[in-house]
Design a protein. Structure first.
Length: 157
């Protein structure tokens, strides 16, 4: 029900923009970047079952390539990507995080960095853009709930 109300509000009010992208464009961009990074990891870390769901996903060719026809499909894609990310996080060891990770950017620049540092960028990218979308939704009067991590972390007994 909440998802339906959210979709109706967006349809009624339209989109606000941040850096030229509206809510859907920004959420789509996060998904595109996630797929690109996760596919790079799948290529360099073969055998990780957590990355298997990416095999059937086409690789985006541009950072603004539309992936879904509507918010409902984008929401489903986000949920599937989040499952992959959670499972990947559980599967990686400290040794994996310290290992060198080679990749080529969308601009063709080859790099070699520690996987743990690449993952810091991966999560920071999401955080940056999710913050933008949170602001845009707030401007539409949509309550996004608690956004302070400390509120979401359970208290210890």
């Amino acid at each position: 029900m909440a998802k339906l109300l959210y979709l109706r509000r967006l349809a009624r009010w339209g989109e606000f923009c941040a850096f030229g992208l509206g809510q859907r464009g920004t959420l789509n961009h996060i998904a595109v970047a996630d797929i690109l990074w996760l596919k790079r990891m799948a290529l360099r870390l073969p055998g990780l079952a957590s990355l298997a769901p990416l095999q059937d996903m086409p690789e985006p060719t541009a950072l603004d390539q539309p992936l879904c026809a509507d918010f409902a499909a984008l929401t489903d894609l986000r949920a599937s990507l989040d499952d992959v990310i959670v499972n990947l996080s559980k599967a990686l060891s400290q040794e994996d995080l310290q290992a060198p990770f080679e990749y080529t950017s969308t601009k063709g620049i080859r790099s070699k960095k520690r996987l743990g540092e690449v993952l810091l960028h991966f999560f920071n990218h999401q955080t940056h853009h999710r913050g933008q979308v949170t602001t845009l939704f707030s401007q539409l009067g949509i309550d996004v709930g608690a956004t302070d991590l400390i509120v979401l972390i359970p208290n210890q007994p």
